[in-house]
Design a protein around this ligand. Structure first.
Ligand code: UDP
Ligand code: MG
Length: 334
């Protein structure tokens, strides 16, 4: 048996239900032009692993003939699972649908446009095995074929998110990643509607290892992430992983009130010295009013932040493993 196949069976075997050793999940929106090449390259790589596998294509309400192309391929390939969403829900939700439908004990996610080369899969599996990791995430060391505006936006976005986020979310990492079944199940159990999946994977924890790769240009067609979609994703990322923006008002209120006190003290001091400090008193009054308003907004923000985390309904914690000693023997349970 080939090493990857052996690893998939031994790593995920035992107490875990084996359905398919490997799933490849690909969300597709208007990808008719690349689908045959994608299927061909993916199948070649998967066949080379010497293990059973499934390829899950999700048609995210495409307007072109993507679904027909999928049905065509599915008629010839028993490894293919095709999911047709009722309309266009967007990349992150299409991906979530694929993660829910797949049955693999190891699951790799990649883009349909071949920007994430499927040929890296055996190496990613090798890293997972060597490091005993639950997640191997693709880290882009270069991005061919992307405009400077997109790169600049990405750089600014990852920098800002790293500053704001409450869990460390690695930079220059997209959705190209290999995950264990328990990570996929952890993800599907998170009920939030605004899904920033890379952040959610980071939030889940477990051992996560970076895998550096060069991102290829799109094989065909155009990127669906225009400025508006990128901004929406950025907003989902920030609001999903940080309540810090809500606390800015509280800090601003504190600063304004401190400044009001200092200005008032300076005004009174000069009053004692004989001059009438009309300007200073006005400035102190203005700062006190602004500070009070900021403070009030900040307090509302604090409550809102707490309500938001309750409503999001994430579990309180995720357990990696439990060691329990019974009659002198320790039984680790993953
Ligand atoms: N995608 C999707 N639904 C959408 C937009 C995109 O399923 O509404 C898929 C798309 O087919 C591709 C992946 O998400 O497989 C990434 O999209 P794209 O390549 O356009 O993004 P980029 O790589 O330019 O950031
Ligand atoms: Mg792409």
């Amino acid at each position: 048996m080939l090493p990857a196949a052996k690893f998939l069976q031994s790593y995920f075997g035992g107490s875990m239900r084996i359905r398919t050793p490997l799933s490849v999940v690909v969300p597709c929106y208007n990808e008719q032009a690349v689908l045959p090449a994608l299927h061909e390259r993916l199948s070649t790589v998967c066949r080379g692993l010497g293990t059973d596998y499934e390829i899950v294509f999700i048609n995210d309400g495409s307007r072109d003939a993507t679904w027909d192309a999928m049905a065509d391929l599915a008629a010839r390939d028993p490894h293919l699972v095709c999911v047709n969403l009722s309309r266009n829900y967007g990349h992150q939700l299409a991906l979530s649908a694929g993660l829910r439908e797949c049955t693999g004990d190891a699951v790799v996610v990649l883009d349909a446009d071949l920007q994430d080369p499927p040929e890296l899969l055996p190496d990613m599996l090798a890293v997972m095995r060597r490091e005993n990791a639950d997640v191997v995430y693709g880290k882009r060391v270069s991005r061919a074929g992307e405009s400077w505006q997109k790169r600049a936006f990405a750089r600014l976005f990852y920098w800002g998110l790293a500053k704001l986020s409450e869990v460390p979310i690695p930079r220059d990492v997209g959705d190209f990643r290999l995950m264990s079944r328990r990570v996929v199940e952890g993800l599907t159990a998170l009920p939030e509607h605004h899904r920033y999946i890379r952040g959610m994977v980071s939030w889940l924890g477990y051992k996560q290892v970076a895998f550096e790769y060069h991102r290829e240009p799109r094989a065909a067609g155009l990127s669906h992430y225009n400025f508006q979609r990128m901004s929406r994703l950025a907003l989902d990322a920030v609001t999903g992983f940080s309540v810090r923006p809500l606390t800015f008002a509280l800090k601003a209120g504190g600063v304004c009130l401190a400044a009001a006190v200092l200005t008032l003290a300076a005004a009174l001091w000069s009053w004692a010295g004989g001059s009438v400090p009309t300007g200073g008193l006005l400035a102190a009054l203005f700062l006190a009013l602004a500070g009070g308003q900021f403070l009030a907004i900040g307090i509302v923000g604090e409550y809102l932040g707490r309500m938001f985390s309750e409503v999001r309904g994430r579990p309180l914690f995720v357990i990696d493993q439990v060691l329990r000693s019974t009659h002198g023997a320790i039984h680790p349970r993953r």
